[in-house]
Ligand binder design. Structure first.
Ligand code: HEC
Length: 239
């Protein structure tokens, strides 16, 4: 192979990889804004069935949402308490009767499954009349959960054919699913923003400490080197 062929082959592989990433990778931009947008979507679409029991509602105030907005937009289930974990609207016993399995608490789902899995799960439902709910899922076969986002994202057949378009454009829909996953990521790791703010200072302090430790080491070893050079060591006189 000539050098030119190598260069164009490498460029081709890189372009193919970039194109693949651009199409396939969900946009997890992950900021306080996307987490709050995801929390609103979650309250609207998911908290009918799912709890996020380890995340208190008031946590969202730390991300910049007012208490009034949290009460109006997020605390939809009856009896929700601002200082307690996020509750499902549906009675767990009823949900278990209807779905055959209680909808799981999603507090730690991102730790258990990862963001990409949840994103893939939410975007992989297809119409399957053989299932009791009418829905099936490519990444979680025979899941008991119906495709509750179908009116927005569209209804697909198992071979990926669009049966009924959704209300949102595919780009907007995928962005919204990524925001829901961002919210679940925050729920499973609510100290993440504080950590990321404090992190650079901690690393800076460690670098500074390393510098001082190095200067101290140089100061100590100066005497040893000087003695080796036949010069008079500083400090107490030796034998
Ligand atoms: C109508 C009730 C209902 C709604 C609404 C609902 N789910 Fe579910 N979900 C379920 C049930 C039931 C299961 C259990 C599925 C199983 O194990 O077969 C489940 C399972 C899951 C799982 C876990 C899969 C696993 O690993 O066990 C995730 C993640 C999930 N739902 C996310 C969501 C999100 C995000 C929303 C909102 C967009 C949502 N669900 C809305 C009923 C619901």
């Amino acid at each position: 192979m000539t050098r030119k062929t190598w260069v164009s082959a490498t460029a081709g592989i890189l372009a193919w990889f970039a194109a693949g990433c651009a199409v396939a990778a969900p946009q997890f931009s992950f900021s306080k804004t996307t987490v709050l947008a995801g929390a609103r979507l979650f309250a609207e679409h998911c908290s009918a069935c799912h709890s996020v029991g380890s995340l208190r509602y008031n946590r969202l105030a730390a991300l910049g949402m007012s208490k009034a907005d949290i009460e109006k937009e997020i605390m939809l289930p009856n009896g929700a308490n601002y200082l307690k974990g996020m509750e499902p609207a549906m009675d767990v016993a009823d949900a278990t009767k209807w779905f055959g399995i209680p909808p799981p608490n999603l507090s730690h789902m991102v730790r258990a499954r990862g963001q990409k899995w949840i994103y893939a799960y939410l975007t992989s439902f297809y119409w399957d009349p053989a299932r009791p709910s009418g829905w099936n899922n490519h990444v979680f076969p025979n899941a008991a959960m119906p495709d509750i986002l179908a009116p927005w994202g569209g209804t697909y057949a198992s071979d990926g054919k669009l049966l009924q378009p959704g209300l949102e454009s595919p780009a907007v829909y995928h962005q919204q699913v990524a925001e829901i996953v961002d919210f679940l990521r925050y729920a499973s790791d609510p100290s993440i923003f504080e950590r990321h703010t404090i992190g650079p200072y901690v690393l800076g302090a460690l670098v500074l400490l390393t510098l001082f430790a190095y200067l101290l080491k140089r100061e100590y070893w100066k005497d040893v080197y000087n003695r080796g050079n036949g010069k008079q060591a500083r400090g107490p006189k030796q034998g």
